[in-house]
Design a protein. Structure first.
Length: 172
């Protein structure tokens, strides 16, 4: 894809929209940006039609503003969020979870905190039914017993996400 001023502007606006949505979510409890989701962009290069990694930019900015210390990225897309995984690999402050088709782009996967590679033909209904409660707890910052955890540990997030991965694996 050729670079242009219009492409650069669109990429910056989309990243700004994700930052605005993240700020609104902190204030209002929920928000979204339909122009975001550019999870293939790496810190040092564009990839897969993604110029800037909007979620990584938003997290970096919110951390710099001291509005968040840690974050969890739940990436439910047919493609692995390889750029996001690479940017946050080894981070203790950001947990990345990617559920994606195992044979889809990118062929060479990066390592997320937790990756769930779904086989072709996996039924969406079965995944959704088994994972909804776990995702809700992740999004609300609640542990397995339903207690609110403002400072959820990385091991707690890993446990919740591992339960999601296990539920998904058993739905194949």
């Amino acid at each position: 894809m050729p670079w242009s001023e219009a492409l650069w502007k669109r990429s910056r606006l989309a990243a700004g929209g994700t930052l605005l949505a993240a700020r609104l979510a902190l204030e209002e409890g929920i928000a979204g940006n339909l122009a975001g989701g550019t999870h293939h962009a790496f810190a040092d290069h564009a990839e897969g039609f993604c110029v800037l990694n909007d979620v990584a930019i938003a997290i970096a900015k919110l951390r710099a503003e001291r509005r968040v210390q840690r974050a969890v990225i739940i990436d439910l897309d047919v493609h692995q969020g390889n750029g996001t995984a690479a940017i946050f690999e080894g981070s203790d402050e950001v947990v990345t979870f990617s559920m994606h088709g195992e044979r889809n782009y990118p062929l060479a996967k990066m390592r997320s905190t937790v990756d769930v590679a779904l086989a072709d033909g996996t039924e969406t209904r079965r995944i959704s039914t088994r994972s909804t409660g776990i995702c809700r707890r992740c999004l609300k910052g609640r542990d397995r017993s339903g207690r609110r955890r403002m400072r959820t540990s990385r091991s707690t997030w890993r446990a919740l996400i591992s339960r999601l991965a296990t539920a998904t694996e058993s739905s194949r």
